[in-house]
Ligand binder design. Structure first.
Ligand SMILES: [Zn+2]
Length: 458
C-alpha cells in the first residue's frame, strides 16, 4: 500500500474540500451541521490533512456558516487563536468591524510591551485570544464575529473608524494578557462609567476568571491612591470595581493569599462592611468538604467590623449550617468561653440545631461541654434546664444524638424519652451498651403509661 504522504497534495485538497463542502451543505439541509465534527476528527490522519481541513473550515467559509450553528461555532471558539490567524479578509468571512477592533487591541498591547521577538509576539496574541474566549460568553462572541449588523453593531463599539482605542479596550487588553505595568498605566484613566456590550465582566472578575491574582493586586494599589469618596463609589455594588463581589468569589474559590490581600485593603481603605456583607463573607469562606480554604475563613474571622472582636451568633449560625468541623473549631478558637450562652446562642446548641454532625463534632473538639445545661425554651419538655441531647431528642435527630452520646453525654431516664423511632433506637442501644440492661422496644414503650415508664430501673 502506498504511503499516505506519497500522494500528491492536490488530492488531499480535493478530498478535504469535498468533505467540508458536504458538511457545510448539510448545514442548510438539516440545520444541524453535526457532520463537521466527523470531518474535523479526520485531522488526526496526518498533518497535511489537518492543515487542509483547518484551512477549509477556518478560511474558506462565509460567516453565515458559523453564525447560529452550534457545531461550527464550537470548532472555531475552541481554537480561536488559530481561527483568527487563518480567517482571510475575504469580505463576508468575518464581521470586519470586530476583526479590526481585535487587531487594534493586539497591536496596542504589542506596542506597549515593545516586544520584537516573533515567538513572544505570537505567544501574546495567543494569550489574548484564549482569554477573550474565557471572558466573553459564547453568544456575545459569536455575534461579534459573524453578525450582519454592519457598522452599527453594538459589539464593535462606536469608534469603529477611529484608530484610537477606548479606555475600556485598553483596560481589558492589559488584563487579558496579564500586562501588569500596562494595566497600572491605564487605570488612572478609568472613570468607572465605561460600559461595553462585549466585555460584561468587570475588571476584578476578568482577572479572577483568568487566574491572574497579580492584576487584582495592581487594581487595589491603584484604588488606594484615589480619594476616599471616589474609591467608595468605584468599589460599591454598582461600581466598576465592586469589592464585595470579588471578595466573595475569592473567599469561595481561591486557596491563595488574595482573600487576605482584599480584606486588608478593605480594612485599611474602605468603611466597615455592613452586617449582611460581613455575613456573606463568612458564608463564602466556609466549605464543608475541604480544609483548603480554612485560611480564608481565618482572615474573615480576624477581620473585626466596627471593632467588634467577638464571634457573633449570626457568624456561628452560618458556620454551623455550612462549614466543616475544622471551620467550627477555627471560629471557637476566637470565643473566650465556648460554654457561655443561652439555648439560642451557646455554640453547641447552635450546632445541635443546625442538624449537622460536623458542626457538633467541631464544638466537641473545641472543648464544648456535651452536658451544658441551660434554661429551657421548649415548654413541652417540662424541664427547667435542657442539654444538647434534650434538643437533639426533641428534634428526633438520631445522627446528632449519637455523636453527643459517643462524646459522653448523660442520657436522661427512659421516662423522658420521646416515642419517635429513630432517636429511640439510638438511646436504647446506647443505654444497653452502658448498663447491659435490656430496655423495652419501641412498640412496648409506646403502650406504657408514664408511671410504668418511671418504674423502669437501670
Ligand atoms: Zn452585530
Amino acid at each position: 500500500m502506498a504511503n499516505l504522504l506519497d500522494l500528491p497534495v492536490e488530492i488531499f485538497q480535493m478530498i478535504t474540500h469535498e468533505l467540508v463542502s458536504s458538511a457545510v451543505g448539510g448545514v442548510n439541509r438539516s440545520a444541524k451541521g453535526r457532520q463537521i465534527e466527523g470531518v474535523w476528527r479526520l485531522r488526526y490522519v496526518c498533518r497535511t490533512f489537518a492543515a487542509e481541513i483547518e484551512r477549509n473550515v477556518f478560511s474558506q467559509q462565509p460567516k453565515a456558516v458559523y453564525y447560529n450553528n452550534y457545531y461550527f461555532e464550537r470548532l472555531v471558539l475552541k481554537s480561536l487563536p488559530r481561527y483568527i490567524m487563518q480567517v482571510k479578509r475575504i469580505p463576508g468571512n468575518i464581521n470586519e468591524g470586530f476583526r479590526a477592533r481585535l487587531q487594534r487591541m493586539t497591536s496596542y498591547i504589542l506596542q506597549e510591551l515593545d516586544i520584537k521577538d516573533e515567538k513572544q509576539r505570537a505567544d501574546i496574541i495567543d494569550k489574548f485570544y484564549v482569554s477573550l474566549r474565557k471572558i466573553v460568553n459564547e453568544y456575545g462572541l459569536s455575534h461579534a464575529l459573524w453578525c450582519d449588523c454592519g457598522p452599527s453593531c453594538l459589539f464593535v463599539t462606536q469608534t469603529q473608524d477611529s484608530t484610537e482605542l477606548s479606555v475600556q479596550d485598553r483596560l481589558c487588553t492589559s488584563l487579558m494578557v496579564g500586562a501588569h505595568d500596562v494595566l497600572a498605566g491605564v487605570l488612572p484613566e478609568v472613570s468607572g462609567a465605561e460600559k461595553d456590550r462585549l466585555f460584561r465582566e468587570l475588571p476584578f472578575d476578568i482577572a479572577r476568571i483568568l487566574g491572574d491574582m497579580e492584576s487584582i493586586k495592581v487594581i487595589l494599589r491603584h484604588l488606594e491612591t484615589r480619594p476616599l469618596l471616589e474609591r467608595t463609589i468605584l468599589t460599591n455594588y454598582t461600581g466598576m470595581f465592586c469589592i464585595q463581589g470579588i471578595i466573595n468569589n475569592i473567599l469561595a474559590s481561591d486557596s491563595g493569599t488574595t482573600a487576605q490581600t482584599l480584606l486588608d485593603f478593605h480594612r485599611k481603605s474602605l468603611c466597615s462592611p455592613a452586617r449582611h456583607d460581613y455575613n456573606n463573607w463568612v458564608h463564602n469562606a466556609v466549605h464543608d468538604r475541604t480544609t483548603k480554604y480554612l485560611h480564608n475563613l481565618r482572615a474573615v474571622l480576624d477581620f473585626h467590623p466596627e471593632g467588634r472582636t467577638r464571634v457573633l451568633r449570626e457568624t456561628m449560625l452560618t458556620i454551623c449550617a455550612r462549614g466543616s468541623s475544622e471551620d467550627v473549631q477555627e471560629a471557637l478558637k476566637r470565643v473566650e468561653d465556648v460554654d457561655k450562652g443561652t439555648v439560642l446562642n451557646a455554640p453547641i446548641f447552635i450546632a445541635v440545631r443546625s442538624g449537622r454532625v460536623a458542626a457538633v463534632q467541631g464544638c466537641i473538639q473545641a472543648g464544648a461541654s456535651v452536658d451544658l445545661a441551660v434554661r429551657s425554651n421548649i415548654p413541652t419538655l417540662h424541664k427547667d434546664t435542657i442539654t444538647p441531647l434534650d434538643v437533639a431528642m426533641n428534634r428526633n435527630d438520631d445522627g446528632v444524638a449519637d455523636v453527643l452520646i459517643k462524646a459522653g453525654a448523660t442520657i436522661p431516664h427512659i421516662s423522658q424519652w420521646p416515642g419517635t423511632r429513630r432517636v429511640y433506637k439510638v438511646l436504647r442501644k446506647a443505654v444497653s451498651e452502658r448498663t447491659k440492661v435490656k430496655l423495652p422496644d419501641l412498640r412496648k414503650f409506646q403502650h406504657m403509661s408514664l408511671a410504668e415508664r418511671k418504674d423502669i430501673q437501670y
